[in-house]
Design a protein around this ligand. Structure first.
Ligand code: NAI
Ligand SMILES: NCC(=O)COP(=O)(O)O
Length: 330
């Protein structure tokens, strides 16, 4: 039985890479009183060590599925998962790669089974997981696989800007081939549907970037706009979707275009996210659209150099929790 509707939402927070700032940020949550029960997935011993290092006095309480009360100030509810190896802040160890994956599996399964109303993910170190021998490109793809969802869409949002991606984590040389009419159509349908259903926008206006410089300059700088993007946009416009573009990505991000837009669809990761992060790094949220469960995430990475210092900002994690709570209450 979930806690949705008028009840207090219960969210699972994955603490992510143990050598990074994820455990620090989770500990900081104990000083915030929020209208949700936050359950942190982590090794309790790791949290205790990190709390001592950060000079935080926090009472760790083992998660009890029967108890739906939010934690009191100074208290953190923990779903315990054991590290494989003890962890030193800032020093990654592939031996703990499986711990991170187990944490994600626990969270997403808990969401699927109704134990949690949504999951909020702390940062993972993608290279470490790969070094542990498990091919891993990101939470987005991992969660799609775990939930048997064929297509999901990564979208980051901050005050005044939402940027969704047509492709996620793949080498730049593979991007053009990955943008097929079928995949692009599916991405736009998911984006349009979730902007309506999850964000309450009746008729979303989406600005679509071209792939090539100057959106291909009439085919002289690449033909993907003519052969793939324009036909897909024309087809979906006939169904009534409000899609503008393909627009040159270097001029699209200006107030004239953005004023009336509800989201930008970038063709690849580094076309759209640098703009979003320049505008709102530290106060943005990463949302996976199209998943059968609610998943939001921080906008930043593991910041290994800050782990244990107490200097990492919890703002993006708090933003991600806020988005998840709003979506649960829907
Ligand atoms: N959601 C996730 O799981 C994400 C994971 N990553 C992973 O993180 C690792 C490191 O990535 P980087 O590109 O170095 O990005 P990063 O976000 O870890 O660091 C970039 C800069 O921002 C600072 N920073 C990051 N978070 C901060 C916070 N909460 N408060 C204050 N300063 C903060 C860092 O100190 C650094 O100067 C990579 O392995 C990458 O794959 C990156 C982005 C998202
Ligand atoms: N730059 C954001 C990012 O790469 C996060 O990816 P994911 O782990 O949420 O799939």
């Amino acid at each position: 039985m979930t806690n949705s509707g008028t009840h207090t939402p219960r969210l699972i927070i994955t603490s992510g890479e143990p050598a990074g700032i994820g455990p620090d940020l989770c500990l900081m949550l104990a000083n915030h009183s929020l209208p949700a029960q936050l359950v942190v997935a982590a090794d309790p011993e790791l949290l205790s060590q990190r709390a001592r290092q950060m000079k935080l006095n926090i009472n760790l309480k083992t998660f009890n599925p029967e108890d739906h009360q939010p934690a009191r100030t100074g208290e953190l509810i923990v779903a315990p998962l054991p590290l494989s190896q003890p962890c030193t802040p800032g020093q990654t160890d592939p031996a703990n790669g499986q711990y991170v994956l187990d944490m994600l599996s626990y969270a997403v399964q808990g969401c699927m089974e109704g134990l949690f109303d949504g999951m909020v993910t702390g940062p993972v170190h993608k290279e470490v997981i790969n070094n542990a021998g498990v091919p891993f490109t990101g939470h987005t793809e991992f969660l799609a696989e775990q939930t048997h969802t064929r297509k999901v869409v990564m979208m980051l949002a901050t005050e005044g800007l939402r940027v969704a991606l047509a492709t996620t984590h793949l080498p730049l040389r593979d991007v053009a081939d990955a943008i097929t009419p079928e995949s692009l159509e599916e991405v736009i349908r998911i984006l349009n549907r979730d902007l309506k259903n999850k964000f309450g926008i009746a008729e979303p206006e989406v600005l679509v970037c071209g792939l090539n410089p100057h959106a291909g300059e009439g085919g002289h700088l690449g033909r993907e706009e003519i052969e793939v993007i324009i036909p897909v946009l024309d087809k979906l416009r006939q169904e009534g979707m409000n899609l503008k573009g393909p627009l040159p990505a270097d001029t699209l991000f200006n107030p004239n275009y953005l004023e009336s837009a509800d989201a930008v669809l970038a063709m690849y990761h580094d076309q759209g996210l640098p703009v979003l992060k320049f505008k709102g790094f530290g106060k943005a949220v990463n949302i996976t659209l199209g998943l059968p469960v609610i998943r939001t995430s921080v906008d930043h990475g593991t910041a290994l150099e800050l782990a244990g210092s107490g200097k990492a900002s919890p703002d993006s994690l708090l933003t991600a929790i806020d988005y998840a709570m709003q979506t649960v209450k829907g």
